[in-house]
Design a protein around this ligand. Sequence first.
Ligand SMILES: *Cc1c(COP(=O)(O)O)cnc(C)c1O
Length: 409
Amino acid sequence: MENENLLAVAREFESPIYVYDSSKIISQYNRLSGAFKKVKQVKLNYAVKALSNIAILKLINSLGAGLDTVSIQEVQLGLLAGVKPEDIIFTPNGVSLEEIEEVSKLGVQINIDNLSILEQFGAKHPNTPVCIRINPHVLAGGNSKISVGHIDSKFGISIHQIPHILRIVENTGMTINGIHMHTGSDILDVEVFLYASEILFETAKNFKNLDFIDFGSGFKVPYKPGDIETDIEEFGEKLTKRFNSFCKEYGKELTLGFEPGKFLVSESGYFLAKVNVVKQTTSTVFAGIDSGFNHLIRPMFYNSHHEIINISNPKGKERFYSIVGYICETDTFATNRRISEINEGDIIAFKNAGAYCFSMASNYNSRFRPAEVLWHNGEAHLIRKRETFEDLTKNQVDIDIFAKTTETV
Ligand SMILES: *Cc1c(COP(=O)(O)O)cnc(C)c1O
């Protein structure tokens, strides 16, 4: 998106605000599906938790994608957005049998990631086919908080427990119609992904009634100019060959699935904030903005890098700034970053603000969560209003039982 369009959005809807460029989401979707055009049946299920605004779900669904969900509320959001239940997969971790049953009743494909629930669900609902999440024990991913496929991970059923799975399937008479893995985010190395895929193929041979194999997600996107990213085209070419030969061996045309979150929406997003204060100390120049980790927690949570540009003064002389938020704790977005000269009142833009940004925002410090805008065909569409004071209080119960003490004891 052009700077002037971002500025116009900030002027019209004020800051702080999230802006999503639909054209980037569309081009990322086309890139990923294009990389697998030689597979007969491909299903991309967008991971709702990355960015769950209904307008975004509608946009992505209109491209042909389904949804990957991790809570019954995400399922309900998907249904509200008009996504068909058969285009939704439910991949929770550690949720109750009751929640899984409720989601299953809605007609959504269930993906189970532990033996206990598999056994209980299979015993009660032997006629509902389920997918199982396998943990291939591959160390992948850029960061300990987002790497989820390794041996100590809480996710998935270990490949060493396949005999247990088979015993449960036999005892309950249930059907396994899909197998799945998701090894974490920011996977750079295509070979690591392919290696994990081999483990999944090996596992698949144990199950005779599969309809699909879901390879999860975790594609890395660039965060700054020159940054490396997953080579989707190379990956597509290699996995396509392997997948098609596996289908021959298996004796059935299976569906190849992915659940991209970050890949589809990260780069589409911009977070706009206004600089309230420029504060020069003896060592640092701080720019304090009208936001904090309550709105964008990724830098504080897992040291994520977001490019920051001063869209009010993009051609100014570059200086070093530390960009900080207003939360009354350490609240740093960036340290000693080269940014074109910042004056109080300027609007700065954080890039890669589409995935895990608004969806992780909170009301900490009793601040309103930001508004959201979708930029589509050259027009700004408000897709979430800024919160109001009523939003902060509407669920609070004022019990009013404390008599005011008038005299000091
Ligand atoms: C979070 C998640 C994804 C999406 O991961 P990205 O790195 O955002 O692409 C996919 N599948 C499952 C099961 C997830 O939990």
